[in-house]
Write a protein that binds this ligand. Structure first.
Ligand SMILES: C[S@@+](CC[C@H](N)C(=O)[O-])C[C@H]1O[C@@H](n2cnc3c(N)ncnc32)[C@H](O)[C@@H]1O
Length: 237
């Protein structure tokens, strides 16, 4: 079993017990899904990605490490994993599938915003949870989450290999969870000096990113700049 990096470890830790099905969307080599499968995080783990060659190779690896017996399928025993080669945006979740979690990690924030919107449109009357970790700036993604009215269950900042990642656990269940904040809320709460340094650096980095963008895009990115300027770290309160 390949050891997960800090970002994937943090995502793994945010997957609590109680889900009936977990979808590792954009799974690539399926590292996170395999870790969830190995610790039996849910009775059924789905692996989803667009690339056929990757998915064939992954199905082969999963069959080696977590074999599904043909006899079990004949006896109607539910498989522990399934591989799907498709576009996550148009993925139909299992309408009778109990509590479901869709994980999307490692794609850019703008693409992720389109994926979340697509998933919600494809599964309009279904409540499910989402665990998101964009590969870069999350402001536009957050704007989309707010527009869709998703509820926030938990958010945290993770530093991995000198890069910062926002991890957001959300629900589509109407009225559940807290409102998503444009630049993060709980994200900036820290409980030790290392987290405080990371939060300060991430705020600085985000602010500089949008200030650089302002040189070419002008007033369009003023709301982003003001949102990060308003962020207060615990040491400044
Ligand atoms: C960098 S990998 C992320 C791997 C893993 N989730 C992680 O966070 O380390 C991004 C993956 O997203 C997949 N992908 C991109 N767009 C997709 C879509 N619309 N539907 C499903 N998978 C997609 C790519 O094929 C690629 O394997």
């Amino acid at each position: 079993m390949v050891k997960l990096g800090k970002r994937l470890q943090a995502l793994d830790a945010m997957v609590v017990a109680g889900y009936d099905q977990i979808w590792d969307g954009c799974c690539d080599h399926g590292l996170l899904g395999a870790a969830l499968l190995s610790r039996r995080a849910a009775p059924l783990i789905h692996f989803v990605d667009l690339v056929p060659a990757l998915m064939q190779q992954l199905a082969h690896q999963l069959q080696r490490h977590f074999p599904l017996s043909a006899a079990a399928a004949d006896e109607g025993v539910q498989p522990r994993w399934q591989v799907h080669c498709c576009d996550l945006t148009s993925l139909r979740l299992d309408a009778a599938g109990g509590r479901q979690l869709v994980i999307i990690a490692g794609v850019g924030g703008d693409l992720m915003a389109r994926m979340v919107e697509g998933l919600c449109l494809t599964n309009p009357n279904l409540s499910f949870d989402l665990l998101l970790c964009p590969a870069n700036h999350a402001y536009n993604l957050r704007a989309q989450l707010i527009a869709l009215g998703l509820g926030l269950k938990h958010e945290q900042l993770v530093a991995d290999n000198r890069r910062y990642y926002e991890l957001l656990l959300l629900t589509t269940e109407p009225g559940a969870g807290r409102a998503v904040s444009p630049a993060g809320d709980q994200l900036w709460q820290t409980s030790n000096p290392e987290q405080a340094v990371n939060a300060a650096r991430y705020r600085e980095q985000s602010l500089r990113h949008y200030q650089r963008m302002q040189l070419s895009q002008g007033e369009r990115v003023q709301p982003q700049i003001e949102a990060y300027q308003r962020v207060q770290l615990p040491s400044e309160m």
